[in-house]
Design a protein around this ligand. Structure first.
Ligand code: HEM
Length: 487
């Protein structure tokens, strides 16, 4: 006999879960079928909106361990002592496809890490590429529309992707990565992660440093060609991660940072806040600071992975933003998305709830829980709900003014003006990457581009070839030759 009794969601024992109550064996249902109605009504509400981007993903828990103290650069509590461990939740994703799309699209991969630190959650919401297609957030919705399905046919439309890119030379560096042999990772375990953005650190002296994060796979980088990817099972990357963790083969990454002082930033030839650019390692070497390991699968995919809410605005004392325009917009966009997709009390859901005490004066809203002292999962207690108040002695929370961030320096005068960036050099770094490739890699790049670009009209082709040529004339001629070959 089963130890557990089937109940309604309010805990009442259910006596029959196969038959509805009806007026006779052949008759209609009666109005007292409230259990059946509850079941059907809950079923109707099982879905929440999928993420507008990065909808297809998989997550796991793990540990981040410090191997080098960053005390010199940051007061961040979780980066102070060698051996210090912080729990993490990581979600990997593709970008453009829906929740049930293939894991093997030629697409960047999301690599989002939630560090549950003692001073709140720090979310590093990065990708597997060190740069991005854009450096101005006003273009983000246009860009995503151009990569997703055609609005009329609801089918993939490579020509419209290239139509966007032909008008945006700023995307060239990221296109060169995406279309290269690194464009389709073999698995989530075999790829790197990057903050891509420049973030910042500040130390106890109030000095600010600019920092880029690199999360380097210890499994080695492995990729697939288009043909190999086409033969993979659609959800193979998810399966690979879940199975590896289940087998006890815990994937790990070496976490590194590049650090630039404010003084260096002022004179540096490359705009350090342009998300389409890397900082060459020869100028800013990688400093290893820790190890990241994933060691536990989720128990409930929906509750944990689907409701996980990563936000670039989840920063902790000692880790800050930078003037990167894209990052600035992301500081707003994610919390907004979470309120829409999950709800205003999204941070009370266990996967998102900080593991440190949380005290604030926000109240109520859909699905509000109680503070742990009252048996709820987190956050809203029954004490005073306004600030300032006279009850600090009784435990009412007060701001920690000693943790205030130093000012974010403005390199130029703040001025309400749209800064035209069309004259930026978007070609040198794309060309440098092309020149690093061997013959076979160059050929793969040209082939992958030609497959899509060949479907665009001649004006788009011409503008793309002009971009490739500015990066490296050989880049353009290889793509041109491959388009002719494919006809
Ligand atoms: C202005 C630029 C951008 C905007 C407005 C934007 C917006 C969004 C939105 C609305 C989501 C869905 C969030 C959710 O529903 O939980 C999302 C997810 C995501 N974005 Fe962005 N994004 C931008 C740029 C970037 C960049 C540059 C990166 C990487 C460097 C990135 C990485 C991610 C990742 C990894 C996720 C999935 C997080 C998860 O696993 O839940 N995004 N983005």
């Amino acid at each position: 006999m089963s130890k557990n009794i089937l109940t309604t969601s309010s805990g009442t024992p259910v006596t029959d879960d196969n038959n509805s109550i009806s007026a006779g064996a052949r008759g209609p249902l009666t109005f007292d079928n409230h259990y059946v109605f509850e079941k059907l009504a809950h079923f109707n509400r099982e879905r929440i909106p999928e993420r507008v981007v990065h909808a297809r993903g998989t997550g796991a828990y793990g540990i981040f361990e410090v191997t080098k103290s960053l005390e010199e650069f940051t007061i961040a509590n979780f980066l102070q002592n060698v051996g210090q461990k912080t729990d993490v939740f990581v979600r990997f994703s593709t970008v453009g496809g829906g929740q049930d799309s293939s894991d093997y699209a030629r697409d960047p991969r999301g690599f989002a890490i939630k560090f549950y630190t003692e001073q709140g959650n720090f979310d590093l919401v990065g990708n597997n590429t060190p740069v991005f297609f854009l450096n101005d957030p006003s273009k983000f919705p246009d860009f995503i529309h151009s990569q997703k399905k055609n609005p009329q046919t609801n089918l993939p439309d490579p020509a419209q992707s290239y139509e966007f890119w032909a008008n945006h030379p700023q995307s060239l560096h990221q296109i060169t990565i995406l279309m290269s042999d690194r464009g389709i990772p073999y698995s989530y375990r075999h790829m790197h992660g990057f903050s891509s953005h420049t973030l910042s650190f500040w130390n106890a002296k109030g000095e600010r440093f600019w920092a880029k994060w690199h999360v380097k796979t210890n499994q080695g980088v492995k990729n697939l060609t288009n043909d190999e990817a086409a033969k993979m099972p659609p959800f193979g990357a998810q399966q690979d991660l879940v199975d590896a963790i289940e087998r006890g083969e815990h994937p790990s990454w070496s976490v590194k940072v590049q650090i630039m002082s404010e003084a260096q930033a002022k004179d540096y030839a490359i705009n350090p806040f342009d998300l389409t650019k890397i900082w060459p390692h020869s100028d800013f070497p990688l400093i290893e600071i820790g190890q990241l390991e994933l060691n536990r699968n989720v128990e409930n995919y929906f509750a944990e992975t689907e409701q996980a809410a990563f936000a670039p605005s989840n920063l902790v004392p000692g880790v800050g933003a930078s003037p990167d325009k894209m990052l600035q917009a992301r500081l707003m966009a994610y919390q907004d998305a979470h309120r829409y997709r999950v709800g205003v009390n999204v941070n009370q859901i266990p996967v998102n709830a900080p593991k440190c005490p949380v005290h604030h004066y926000q109240r109520d809203g859909a699905m509000a829980g109680m503070c742990p002292a009252h048996g709820g999962p987190t956050i809203q207690d029954s004490g005073v709900n306004f600030y300032p108040n006279d009850r600090a002695e009784q435990g009412a929370p007060t701001p920690a003014s000693q943790l205030v961030a130093p000012p974010l320096p403005l390199l130029e005068d703040a001025w309400v003006k749209a800064y035209d960036q069309s004259e930026e050099d978007y070609y040198t770094q794309a060309g440098n990457l092309f020149r690093l490739m061997n013959k076979d890699q160059k050929q793969q790049l040209a082939h992958n581009i030609a497959e899509g670009l060949g479907q665009a009209n001649s004006s788009i082709q011409g503008r793309m070839l002009a971009q490739f040529s500015k990066a490296d004339p050989e880049y353009a001629s290889l793509v041109q030759a491959e388009m002719s070959r494919l006809g």
